[in-house]
Structures are given as C-alpha cells and as structure tokens.
Design a protein around this ligand. Structure first.
Ligand SMILES: Cc1cc2nc3c(=O)[nH]c(=O)nc-3n(C[C@H](O)[C@H](O)[C@H](O)COP(=O)(O)OP(=O)(O)OC[C@H]3O[C@@H](n4cnc5c(N)ncnc54)[C@H](O)[C@@H]3O)c2cc1C
Length: 449
C-alpha cells in the first residue's frame, strides 16, 4: 500500500493538516497500523473528524463493492466505502430508498454509521444506526468482529456515532424502505418570524415523514427567524396528475472551478439571495412534486460548493437544543448571530425525535440548527464560544461531524454517556491506535493521558 503525505481538510476546508494517506484497493488491506490511524470515507464531515495531523488516514473509497441486495426484503450489504450515490443508483429503480439520508449523497456508508447521521425524518424514523442490521468491524489487534444490535451490542452502539475511534467499519448491512415512485410530494409554508416558524414545525397537521425549515439568517428585528417550513413524503402513484411524466430528468451538475474571493459572500449578497428565495419558495402555496435528488440533495447539483467560502474556509455550527426549551434556546442563538452582524449563508432548522442508543450519537429530542459561517477573522471563534454557552444552558450539544473547534470541557458536558463509551473504547483499543485530530482536540479515548 503506497503512502502519500499531503495537506488535507474536511468539507469546511478548515483546518488544513498534514496527513499520511493510505489508499487500500481491497477489503483484505483494511488493516490497523502500529501508529495512530483514522478511517476516512468521502471527507464530507466539515471539521477534523477524518483528519489525523502528522498521522495516518485510511481512505476507504476504493473498498466500495455492493455485496448483496435482497430485492424482496430490501436488505443491502456493502463495503463501507460505498457511497449513498452508488447505492441509490441501484436501489431506487427497484423501488427501495435509504431509510435515513443526510443532505448529500456523496458520503460513504462507513461515514454514515460512524457519525450516526440523521435526515429530515429523524422525528419519525430516528438516525442511520437504527436501520443498520449489522457491521463488520476491524479492531486494533487486526481481528474482524461482527456486531449488531443483538450481537456484541455494546461495541455496536459505541461504533454507531463513535467517529471511527473503535475500529475500521468494513461492511454494513442496511434495511431499506419501500417507495412507489422516485418523487417526493412537497408542501412549503412561509412564516414571517421565528414564532410562526416554530409553531409550524410543531403543528401535527403540517407534519409529514420529512420536515425541515430554511431560515433567512439575515432577517432581523420583528422578522428575526422568518423562514419556510418544507415537508414531504415519497409520492404515491395517486398523487401524480394525469399526464405527469414519472421520470426524473437528468440534471447537469455545475461545479465551482476556483476559490471565490472572501468578499463574494457578504451581508449584501446573502441578504439579496435570501429575500429572493423567501419570495420564490414561500410563494409556492400548493403541494408539488420534486425529484428525490433536488429534494434531498439540492447542494449536490453544485460540485465543490465549499469553494464559495474562499480559501480560509468556513465552519458549520450545528447544535441541538432540548425540546422543552428549544424555542427560547434557538431564538437566543439567532439573536446572537444577528447581533454579531456575521453573515451565515445557510441556516436550517430540523426537528429531532428521541435519542437513540449510540453512546456518542448527536440527536436528542429537540430542534437542531445548522449555520454555515465563513472564517474571516478570529472574532468568529469568540461568537461560536458564546453559542456553545447558550447550547449548554439549554441542555443541548454540538454535532461532532460538523465540528472543528469545540473545547474538551464543553464536549464532556454535552455528551454525558462519554464515560460509558470510553470503557468500551479502552477494551477494544487499549493503546488508542484509532485516533484523529478531533479525538485529540476533545481529549477522547485517553488521548490526553
Ligand atoms: C452538504 C452536506 C450536507 C450534510 N447533511 C447532513 C445531514 O443532513 N445530517 C447529518 O447527520 N450529516 C450531514 N452531513 C455530514 C455528513 O453526513 C457526515 O459528516 C458523514 O459522516 C460524512 O461521511 P463521509 O463518508 O464523508 O465521512 P468522513 O467525513 O470521511 O468521516 C466522518 C467520520 O466517519 C469516520 N469514518 C468514515 N468511514 C469510516 C469507516 N469505514 N470506518 C470507521 N470510521 C469511518 C471517520 O473516521 C470520521 O470520524 C452533511 C455534510 C455535507 C457536506
């Protein structure tokens, strides 16, 4: 296996660190090393979860075979480097869909298990790990173990959401959901302020399998938190108008060919875009059909959109606030952002259902807010510390798959099951071979001892 030392980053392009890359070609070459190692899928986590400064990074992208697809039962077994895009190409024409999907399909199965990703349906279906039937995990001593919710379940739930720190996920078996078309029936509803928007998200008559709200992060004063709630479900044949062509037009993907100058995304340009989007999407009063690609993966149509943020990159700040105090907590976060006068290109609110069994999984019953914030200066990190305090005061947590800057102390306070996780980590990886820049920053897995 050839090793290459190169500067590497996550999707936010911050931080950039020197890592030694191993790119195994075959499943049999997925092996732990005698030095610090972390697995990496598609590098779509935003911060330093799939980085290992001055250490090894194991790229799983070539270990991506689809091994078995039971078309009757909707069960798929694949190597962990397979992407959701590769899987969708095979399962959708057979009438099946992913039980949970993040907002991009360019992620690996291994990355979805390790971050226990959630989608727009968490309040109904839980997170990715809830639908995983079993995995094969390659441990620090080189042994391969099968684990699942019923077999070696402690190790399974330490790995689901465990950010690659218990071992290399080699294979994943996943239960899919049946669909009767590749379209989604969508309903939009505009809200003039955060109170209206929050009420809509709680309204059972507006609810559907999928629900998400876009927030105009530049709106202030009486319009603070205005936005559009969008809900949907996989369309049934009865929902097609007569004559509607049930076929998705192939979309030509555009790509950002170079780094935008940092000033391209500024308060003015973002406010102008948001105003337009609010009018255009909020004006859709009737339910409409959307191809699954544009509903679930709107940003995938623009390749390398992360370059829009310029060379210094950006941070995605994603947190969840406990449902009992979510209105107050999210409003405080939006107010702090508005007071800072920093532009956020994207602000998305989702409802999350009950906490799952993953010991370090992010979701808990409440509301999650995600903000994309360009890095212009150090003042951004002062603002983010302030947001951490608001999150902590409201019993919430920050999502590790998006994080690049949380402190070890805040991490401990946000993830109360860390000690349970650490016991299992120490049993399977006593020398802490699986470690990443994130795990050292957050002093996880005995990295600080
Ligand atoms: C546009 C966009 C939208 C997104 N939307 C969502 C969303 O809606 N919901 C959500 O939950 N997340 C979302 N994400 C985050 C993304 O789904 C997660 O970060 C996911 O983990 C990325 O998968 P990856 O293959 O790129 O993993 P990487 O970024 O390469 O790695 C992420 C973590 O998984 C570990 N890992 C990867 N492969 C393996 C393996 N084989 N064995 C062990 N550990 C492994 C890595 O060590 C690392 O800790 C989004 C990201 C982007 C860029």
């Amino acid at each position: 296996m050839a090793t290459l030392v190169t500067p590497l980053s996550g999707w936010g392009r911050f931080p950039v660190q020197h890592c030694e890359l191993d790119r195994p070609e075959r499943y049999a070459d997925l092996r732990p090393a005698s030095v610090s190692l972390i697995a990496r899928g598609q590098g779509r986590s935003y911060g330093d979860a799939a980085l290992n400064d001055n250490g090894r990074v194991l790229l799983t992208e070539r270990v991506n075979r689809l091994l078995e697809f039971d078309v009757e039962q909707g069960i798929l077994r694949a190597e962990a480097g397979a992407t959701l895009a590769e899987i969708l190409d095979v399962i959708v024409p057979q009438g099946w869909f992913l039980p949970v999907t993040p907002g991009t399909k360019f992620v690996s199965l291994g990355g979805c298990v390790a971050a226990d990703v959630h989608g727009k349906n968490h309040h109904h279906d839980g997170s990715f790990g809830n639908h995983v039937l079993g995995i094969e995990l390659i441990l620090a001593d080189g042994s391969r173990v099968a684990c699942s919710p019923s077999e070696k379940s402690e190790l399974f739930w330490a790995t689901v959401g465990g950010m690659g720190l218990t071992g290399i996920i080699g294979e994943v078996a996943l239960k899919l959901i049946p669909i009767s078309s590749d379209f989604v029936q969508v309903r939009n509803h505009a809200a003039d302020n955060f109170e209206q928007l929050f009420r809509l998200m709680q309204d059972a008559t507006f609810d559907d399998r999928y629900a998400v709200a876009w927030i105009d992060s530049m709106a202030a004063g009486a319009q603070l938190g205005r936005g559009i709630a969008m809900c949907g479900h996989h369309a049934t044949q009865e929902e097609f108008r007569p004559g509607f062509r049930n076929a998705i037009k192939p979309k030509r993907s555009r790509a950002i060919p170079f780094d935008f100058p940092a000033f391209a995304l500024n308060r003015l340009s973002i406010a102008a875009f948001n105003g337009l989007y609010f009018r255009q999407e909020g004006g859709k009063r009737e339910p409409f059909l959307s191809g699954y690609d544009s509903y679930f993966y709107p940003l995938d149509a623009i390749g390398n959109w992360n370059r829009l943020y310029g060379k210094r990159g950006f941070v995605q700040y994603q947190c969840v606030i406990h449902e009992a105090v979510a209105f107050d907590g999210i409003r405080q976060l939006l107010q702090a952002l508005s007071d800072s006068r920093r532009p956020s290109f994207l602000a998305v609110l989702k409802r999350l259902g009950a906490q799952g069994k993953g010991l370090l999984s992010f979701p808990l019953a409440g509301y999650t807010l995600a903000l994309d914030l360009p890095i212009r200066d150090q003042g951004l990190f002062t603002l983010l510390k302030k947001l951490d305090e608001i999150v902590l005061q409201h019993g919430g947590r920050v999502y590790l798959a998006k994080d690049a800057r949380l402190s070890a102390e805040s991490f401990r306070a946000m993830y109360p099951r860390y000690d349970e996780w650490l016991k299992i980590k120490k049993l399977v990886d006593p020398e802490n071979r699986f470690s990443s820049s994130l795990s050292r920053r957050l002093e996880m897995g005995g990295a600080h001892e």
